[in-house]
Design a protein around this ligand. Structure first.
Ligand code: PLP
Length: 491
């Protein structure tokens, strides 16, 4: 949840044109209204405001699912009033989550006996899954250090500098030092050799990513495993690996089955995956699977009985919705292996179409890889006149949401644009997007470029582009109108 902004810069009341049929007074924006309003009015006011959100289907910034079949939408709505944590009251929902855990564990080649149950849990997303996996590593490391009579107050974790922010959150919230392997130009993922070099006796695990958020690339988990096996042997340490397969976990098993990244590698002790990314479920579901019971310390599991029978829980939040768990089960049985394979192959094909079309413009360097998450990350060959942020900004006018960002250290001088290909991004949309990118490029050509000049007192002055000047004028104007509205509070 984003922290709320201060109320000071915004209008204090909410108005809705259509809802004025039902209500004439404006609603206070930041205080609960004194009186009720008709349900039609509430509906209309909110619908009108939400119209200004972006269109999720054109949101090419996100890996998260934006389309599901109407049958699954119905299942979701039918179970929207069930609290997942009431396991004794909703035993079937609990059973469906257990089936999902087992199916995913088998998909990741967990070494399970014929009738052995997998160890894992459904979460709100990969971030919660990573917090839980990280806690398990931290506790296991501490227990071992205590048993050896060694200090256990300086745990660290080794990752690439390309990790998603949830790893930084884990490190800060749970007091673990984050040791990041720096990137370099043309190498935007964790270098396994450098990662293993950074491991010391206080390292609770190395986290590898199957599908880097920044360019979709799969890190080389096999090489990491092999190097770490050798280092563990030499030092006597038992440093394990966690794989953050937030995106790749529902891609690699289907279209790169020969790639060894999962529990086939002995040091991989836990894996997280986002059900709401390529698991094809709407936002609100992730999974963490442990290799075996021994990898999840018992003392982290809470047992509650006040809702009925004894229930073991290992989650950060207590209550949560059941719908996403049910939706995940729907997708797993509805799609089956072949269905997921078809979707992932199609995404990959669309990624290739987009990549080639962007390549043909002659304007971009492609910095994503063909094997990885189906996305295209690209940067301007020449950004001395106009940059990727301007392209991202101007694409908004056509309805496209394509983020631009700079790479982490030591590749921070590289800026990229990224288009994520999801199931609902068709080839026609890919062609349309390239057309619009070309229009933007033409438009930019006709705009004056950002130029640097030296002022009379010797200071470097960056002249604003026409677009930046236009934005600045709009923002001053908007502020002026808001101020006036605050004074008058008129509808
Ligand atoms: C590699 C990686 N890990 C973790 C996350 C966090 O996932 P979630 O949004 O499911 O919490 C993301 C999100 O994009 C990601 O790309």
């Amino acid at each position: 949840m984003a922290l709320t902004e201060t109320a000071l810069n915004t209008d204090l009341s909410v108005h809705s044109t259509f809802a004025s049929r039902y209500v004439r007074a404006s609603l206070p924006r930041f205080r609960i209204p004194e009186n009720s309003i008709p349900k039609e009015a509430a509906f209309q006011i909110i619908t009108d405001e939400l119209m200004l959100d972006g269109n999720p289907r054109l949101n090419l910034a996100s890996f998260v699912t934006t389309w599901m079949e109407p049958e699954c939408d119905k299942l979701i709505m039918d179970s929207i009033n069930k609290n997942y944590v009431d396991m004794d009251e909703y035993p079937v929902t609990t059973e469906l989550q257990n089936r999902c855990v087992n199916m995913i564990a088998h998909l990741f080649n967990a070494p399970l006996g014929e009738s052995e149950a997998a160890v894992g849990v459904g979460t709100v997303g990969s971030s919660e899954a990573i917090m839980l996996a990280g806690l398990a590593f931290k506790r296991k490391w501490q227990n071992r250090r205590k048993a050896e009579g060694k200090p256990y107050d300086k745990p660290n974790i080794v990752t690439g500098a390309n990790v998603q922010v949830c790893w930084e959150k884990f490190a800060r919230y749970f007091e673990v030092e984050l040791k990041e392997v720096r990137l370099r130009e043309d190498y935007y993922v964790m270098d396994p050799d450098k990662a293993v070099e950074m491991v010391d006796e206080n390292t609770i695990c190395i986290a590898a990513i199957l599908g880097s958020t920044l360019n979709g690339e799969f890190e080389d988990v096999k090489r990491l495993n092999d190097l770490l096996v050798a280092k563990n042997k030499e030092t006597g340490w038992e440093t394990p690996i966690h794989v953050d397969a937030a995106s790749g976990g529902f891609i690699a098993p289907f279209i790169y089955p020969e790639l060894e990244w999962d529990f086939r590698l002995p040091l991989v002790k836990s894996i997280n995956v986002s059900g709401h990314k390529y698991g094809l479920v709407y936002a609100g579901i992730g999974w963490v699977i442990w290799r075996s019971k021994e990898d999840l310390p018992d003392e982290l599991i809470f047992h509650i009985n006040y809702l009925g029978a004894d229930q073991p829980t290992f989650t950060l939040n207590f209550s949560k919705g059941s719908s996403q768990v049910i939706a995940q089960y729907y997708q797993l049985i509805r799609m089956g292996f072949q269905g997921y394979k078809n979707v992932m192959e199609n995404c990959r094909d669309n990624m290739v179409v987009l990549k080639e079309a962007l390549g043909k413009t002659g304007m971009f360097n492609i910095i994503s890889k063909d094997i990885g998450v189906p996305l295209v990350a690209f940067s301007l060959k020449d950004n001395s006149k106009h940059n990727e942020f301007e392209i991202s900004d101007m694409l908004r006018r056509y309805g496209w949401i394509v983020p631009a960002y700079t790479m982490p250290p030591d590749a921070q001088h590289v800026t990229v644009l990224r288009v994520v290909i999801r199931e609902d991004f068709s080839r026609t949309l890919a062609e349309r997007l390239v057309n619009d990118i070309q229009k933007v490029l033409h438009e930019l050509e006709s705009l004056p470029s950002k130029k640097v000049s030296i002022s009379g007192d010797g200071k470097v002055v960056v002249k604003k582009t026409a677009l930046e000047t236009q934005r600045e004028v709009t923002s001053v104007w908007r502020k002026f109108v808001m101020e006036r509205k605050k004074m008058n509070v008129v509808c």
